[in-house]
Design a protein. Structure first.
Length: 92
């Protein structure tokens, strides 16, 4: 019985870690309305904090946020106390 609980606990922890690791991808996919792999200024309007910081995050000046630029936003937002919304479920 103890072994079953140990396996269940390990499985739950691994599933949670994998889900959390993929949350940035899910968040970007949710905001990327046209599915082009980038977030435009228009798409960023769905997330007020992202829209507010869009220009400073767009490091290459392309007018869109690529995955690395969006990941920087998520990292900074997490460090600063979290994003508005639930990045794990992709709900903003």
């Amino acid at each position: 019985m103890k072994a079953k609980w140990t396996v269940a606990l390990i499985t739950a922890l691994m599933t949670g870690a994998a889900f959390a690791a993929g949350s940035g991808e899910a968040g970007m996919e949710k905001l990327d309305a046209n599915g082009d792999g980038q977030i435009s200024q228009e798409e960023a309007q769905a997330h007020p904090e992202l829209a507010k910081r869009f220009d400073s995050l767009d490091q290459d000046g392309s007018g869109t946020l690529e995955r690395a630029e969006f990941a920087r936003f998520e990292t900074e937002a997490t460090t600063e106390g979290g994003m508005e919304g639930d990045t794990e479920s992709g709900t903003y």
